[in-house]
Design a protein around this ligand. Sequence first.
Ligand SMILES: [Zn+2]
Ligand SMILES: [Zn+2]
Length: 246
Amino acid sequence: MWGSRLFEKKKSAPGVGGRPEEFLPSGGEIHYLYWYMQGSIMVPSVRDQLRRAWGFCERHAWAAIYVEASFRHGYFHGPAILYADLLSRALPAFRFRGPGKELRLGRHLREKGACIMCEMRLGPKTAGMANPEIVERGQDPTELKRFARKTQPHWQRTICGRCAGTSALERCRPHLLEDLSRATALDLRFHRSFLESIFHHLRIYERSFRYEFQDTETDEDTAALISAVGWCSGWRPFLTLMGNAP
Ligand SMILES: [Zn+2]
Ligand SMILES: [Zn+2]
């Protein structure tokens, strides 16, 4: 069931090699992210929906980071909290033991609800209410690219091989689900320690927003935010934006 759903999703998802413009947040998406998302991320019902969907769909996960970078100059406190929470919820499932552990891991990692922005019918063509200056600023990739370039050596090692079309063994969550649904022999310890490493660095980054831990984060810790977004939702919009890195 979830395997076929993912397959459908993959068919419609633009792969690496698409045009960066395809992934530009629309006016409507920018309006929502600019006015509502930051404040509502802690609202229990929103938080619940984000947990059930493992964040957002692939498009909206990166749109949210894009807009956050443009307006908050890379001050990613909200996303750091969100993704540290999501990864902390994913990791215990990698410790399932016994027969059927792959099946249970798959059940745990699949989405239980829709992306909150898709549900609001926000898409690439939604005009929305944002004024032209806000839209222009929200679509300016400069800040996200600056953030990404600075941390690239670290997140680059965590790109999903399927998203990038390489032989890398790392998998994002959606592609790990595909592998699990195919009953391919998987080294779950590898995937667990891969995710643990991202989580370890992300927690240091998240902590660095607290006054007493200011400036304790390294570029490697900061890069874990990009790795976490890629893991939860897939990498393709981001890789396209970055000129199909690697
Ligand atoms: Zn969505
Ligand atoms: Zn992937």
